[in-house]
Design a protein around this ligand. Structure first.
Ligand code: ZN
Length: 69
């Protein structure tokens, strides 16, 4: 069993922007991206599409405001 390997080995993930290898470790400030550039590109793309992505209507059940006490 190798349950604790993740604590020793750096995890390699795929950079969401360029699809390259990215080190998923505290040493990589831009994780899960491989570099600052890829991170900025992704954030920019996300911001421009946020209107379409943020299509979640507010659920009335989540309104937890005490109307009366
Ligand atoms: Zn990248």
């Amino acid at each position: 069993m190798k349950a604790n390997d993740s604590a020793v080995k750096p995890r390699i993930v795929r950079c969401p922007t360029c699809g390259g290898d990215s080190v998923f470790a505290p040493s990589n400030l831009w994780r899960p991206f491989c570099s600052e550039r890829c991170r900025q590109i992704d954030l920019g793309a996300w911001a421009s599409e946020s209107y379409a992505v943020e299509a979640k209507p507010p659920s009335p059940d989540d309104a937890d405001e005490p109307l009366s006490h």
